[in-house]
Design a protein around this ligand. Structure first.
Ligand code: SAM
Length: 188
């Protein structure tokens, strides 16, 4: 059991804004996989439904375990407004924000539910305004996948890389060379 991650009641959701069906499929899928693998517990695809992404997430969870709250097609603006109304905190990842190292301590201490917004296409001013924190993972342009992974790793101080997921059917046996995977029987 990882102290501070699994024990945490706090919701940590990722909202992917601006997904373009077809064009962004691979990147958005990787945003969702990082959400799960790096210890967050919800993935929200704003404004569109993309069933191919849903199917990939479901397959990964079926094989590798864990739970992830997934919603698609919600209005991104209303979702953020409701999140705030319910007392949650919003972080928008953007190269124009404050350096992550300046704010990560406050974000770790804050126990409110956390919504992390990442963009695909140009992000409208709305998100910069509604966010409690606009956070930069360095001030160079790179990628939403990288930004999310680094942000969650800093939030959890690296502990998320030791997560064990419930109900996994497969588990990697770490190996210096090659691939070693164990099939886990029910009840194990
Ligand atoms: N061109 C878009 C714009 O101007 O809003 C951004 C495109 S960028 C490839 C996609 C997303 O990656 C951004 O919305 C942001 O969430 C994330 N991103 C890229 N570089 C980042 C950085 N240095 N720090 C934080 N987030 C970053």
């Amino acid at each position: 059991m990882l102290k501070g991650i699994r024990a945490m009641k706090r919701k940590i959701y990722v909202l992917r804004y601006g997904h373009r069906v077809g064009r962004d499929k691979r990147v958005t899928t990787h945003v969702a996989l990082v959400t799960r693998a790096f210890g967050a517990n919800g993935f929200i695809l704003g404004d569109v439904v993309d069933e191919s992404i849903y199917r990939t997430i479901a397959k990964v969870i079926d094989a590798w375990g864990g739970e992830l709250h997934v919603e698609m097609g919600v209005n991104s603006f209303e979702y953020c407004e409701n999140w705030k109304k319910q007392g949650g905190l919003i972080v928008h990842l953007t190269m124009y924000g404050l350096h992550v190292d300046e704010v990560i301590g406050d974000l770790r201490r804050d126990t409110r539910d956390l919504l992390i917004v990442v963009g695909a296409k140009k992000v409208p001013g709305f998100f910069y305004e509604i966010a409690d924190y606009n956070v930069a993972i360095g001030h160079q342009p790179h990628s939403e996948i990288a930004a999310l992974a680094v942000f969650l790793d800093k939030l959890f101080e690296g502990r998320e890389l030791y997560l064990k997921f419930n109900n996994a059917k497969l588990e990697v046996i770490p190996s210096p060379r090659g691939k070693s995977v164990r099939r886990i029987s029910a009840g194990n």
